[in-house]
Ligand binder design. Structure first.
Ligand SMILES: O=P(O)(O)OC[C@H]1O[C@H](OP(=O)(O)OP(=O)(O)O)[C@H](O)[C@@H]1O
Ligand SMILES: O=c1cc[nH]c(=O)[nH]1
Ligand SMILES: [Mg+2]
Length: 211
């Protein structure tokens, strides 16, 4: 498994505003989209392409096209939905499949409550969107699901990771060489409620309100 931490002053600036308690929901949503677009640039560095011959008005030349099948973008409901627009802006031809997972607040176990994905993902490159990798339970479940259905390469885009969660994902799926995590930052630790410290709180609640 590879972990790429974005090292860019614009990412650091936007993340700092995102973390602040005083940042209201509309600004939080806007910043989430902007951050995803910056991270997606790095996350798609190894997207499958092929060489194609094209005609410009001046000459015949070789260019580059994304190959088929199209990449699959998988936002994890709810909070991952806040990252979808930023991702599809960069990758407008991607297909989108949905996974709904929620952590039980006491046990911290991730429960799948929705699934709208093709059964056959053979050979597909998948981009999982979830802003928070805390204990890692949610991403392990999502990555395992995609790999079991034949996904060829799974890249997870997150905003924040806890070191404990990264270790859990590595232990569970790290032996698959084709799993990559791209994140804006790796924070200090988890607290006793499974929240990332310093973190940004509950990403779903900050995007969409407390349920
Ligand atoms: O790494 P983990 O410990 O599994 O935690 C991370 C998960 O927790 C949050 O979702 P939550 O369960 O709060 O659902 P929500 O997006 O609907 O708010 C977050 O968006 C991740 O999906
Ligand atoms: O800090 C955390 C941990 C899990 N989920 C969140 O939204 N925030
Ligand atoms: Mg939540």
């Amino acid at each position: 498994m590879r972990v790429h931490v974005a090292d860019h002053p614009l990412v650091a600036h936007k993340l700092t505003v995102l973390r602040q308690t005083s940042t209201p929901s509309p600004v939080f949503r806007q910043l989430t989209e902007e951050l995803v677009t910056l991270l997606a640039y790095e996350a798609t560095r190894e997207i499958a392409v092929e060489r194609v011959e094209i005609d410009t008005p001046v000459a015949r030349t070789l260019g580059t096209h994304l190959t088929h099948p199209r990449p699959m973008v998988v936002p994890i409901l709810r909070a991952g939905l806040g990252m979808l627009e930023g991702m599809t802006r960069l990758l407008p031809t991607a297909e989108v499949g949905f996974l709904g997972l929620q952590r039980n607040e006491e046990t911290l176990e991730a429960i799948t409550y929705a699934n709208r994905l093709p059964d056959d993902l053979a050979g597909r490159q998948c981009y999982v969107l979830d802003p928070m990798l805390a204990t890692g339970g949610t991403l392990v479940a999502a990555i395992q699901y995609l790999i079991e259905r034949g996904a060829r390469h799974v890249t997870c885009i997150t905003l924040l990771c806890a070191p404990e969660g990264l270790a859990t994902v590595e232990a569970a799926v790290g032996h698959h060489a084709d799993v990559t995590i791209v994140t804006a930052a790796v924070d200090e630790r988890l607290n006793d409620k499974g929240y990332i410290v310093p973190g940004l709180g509950d990403a779903g609640d900050r995007l969409y309100g407390v349920v």
